[in-house]
Design a binder for this molecule. Sequence first.
Ligand code: ADP
Length: 471
Amino acid sequence: MIITHLSAECYPIAKVGGLADVLGALPKYQNELGATSQVIMPFYKNKYTQSHCFKAVYNDTILLGETDYDFRILTLKDHENDLGFDIFFVDVPELLYTDFVYTSDDTERFLAFQIAALDWIAQGDTIPDVIHCHDHHTGLVPFMMQESFRYSMLRKVPVAFTIHNAQYQGWFSHDLVSLIPEFKFSHVGLLDWNHVINPMAAAIKCAWVVTTVSPSYMDELKENANGLESLLSDEHAKCIGILNGIDTSVWNTETDPLIIENYTQKTIAEGKQKNKAWLCKEFNLDVNRPLIAFIGRLVEQKGADLFSKIFSESLFGNDISILLLGSGEKHTENDLINLKEKFPDKYNAYIGYDEKLSHIIYAGADFLLMPSRVEPCGLNQMYALRYGTIPIVNNIGGLKDTVEDLYDDGFGICHNGVTISEVCEAIERASEFYDSDIFKQTRAEVMAIDHSWHASAQSYLNVYNSLNPFL
Ligand code: ADP
C-alpha cells in the first residue's frame, strides 16, 4: 500500500507544533507495518533544507491567477535520510522558500504547494493507493482531486483528511477563488462555508474519510468546531477519531541526547533530580520546591490569556516554582515577562521556541500544566508521562483520552473547565500530591504507559483498507 501524506510541517524538518510531530512519526510506523508511506511538504528555508543535499526529480511551472511560478520536486529517499520514510519537497522558490512555515500570504503559498504536489503526483508512473491530507493547508486537495479535469486520473484514489486543529480553517475571500485551477462558479457550493472560502470545510465535504486526532475531540466538534458543527454532523458517517501516538524512539529518557542526564524507570529519582537541578540553576529556582512547567503556544486555546493571573495567585499561596517555555500573543508574552519581577526566585519564563530546552523540561519538571480550552489531542501530556512528569490538565479532547485523575485511581490531575479558580485548585492539588507518599511511585509508573504509535498507525491502515478493501 503506497500512502502519500501531504502536510505543511514535518519533524525534524519544520516544526511549529504537534502537526510536525505526527508527520515525523506516523509514516515511519506505517512503514514498519509493511506499507510504503511517504511525505510531501513545502521546501522552506531552514537549517534542515540548508544542510542536506536533495535530488531534483521533477521540474515544471504552475499558473496561479496570471502568474507563472517555476517549481521543482526535490527528494531525500528513505535510505539517504534518518526519517524512516521517503520525503519529497515542493520547491516554489518565489512563494515557499521562507524562514517561517507560516506567513501573512499563506493562501497563495499553500495553494501553490497543493497544485504543484498534485501536478507531480498526477503525472507520475506510480499513483499512490491513498492520499492523506493534514489540516487546512492541504484542504483543497480532496476538492481538486474530485472536481478538476486536470486530476481526473486521481479521482478513484481514496483521500483521507485529518483535522489536527479545527480552530484554524484557512479561510480566504471569494476574490482569490480564481487562483484555483479550472475553477467554475458551480464549485462555490463545495468551497464556501458561511460566505467565505473555507479549505477545511471543502476537505470535510470532499474527502472519503475525515479523522480527528482523538476520539473525544471528534465528539466535541459536534458542539464546538469554530463554525463547522453542522457540517461535521451532516458528514458524521465518514468521521472517526484516532488518538495520536508519540515517537518513542525520539522521546526516550534512556537515549534522549538533548537531556542533561538519561534515566530509566529504575533510575528516575536521580535522573529527574539532575535535570531539575540544571533547570533550577539556569532559571534561578529552588530545587526543593515542586516544579510546575508549561510548554506551548501562548494563545487563548491553551489558556495562556489567564496565565499571569493563575501564576500570581498560585505562587502567592503555595511553596512551588513555575517555569514557562513558549511564545505567542505579544501582550501575553509581555505579561509573562513582567511577572518575573514579582516572583524572582519562584517563577521564570523563556519566551521563544527551543526544542532542547523542551526536552530538559519534560525530564526535569515534576508537573506539566495544560489548561487548554480546546485540545484536539495534545502531545505534551504524553511526552510528560513518558518522562515521569505528572500532567495537570483540563478534562477535554485528547487530554480526557489520555489522563486519568488520581481521584479515579489514575495518575494525573484533571480539572473541569478553564477558570482561574479551577486551575489554581488543580495546582494546589499538585503541590499536596508532591508531598505525598505515592508521588515518587506514581511518576515511575506513568513512564510505562504505552502511547507509542503502533496501535494508531494500524488504525489508519484499517481506515484506508475500509475505503478500498483491495489495498
Ligand atoms: P499544538 O500543536 O496545538 O501546538 P501539541 O501539544 O499537539 O500542541 O504539540 C506541541 C508540540 O510543540 C510539542 O512537541 C511541544 O513540545 C512543542 N512545543 C510547543 N511550543 C514549544 C516551544 N516554545 N519550544 C519547544 N517546543 C515547543
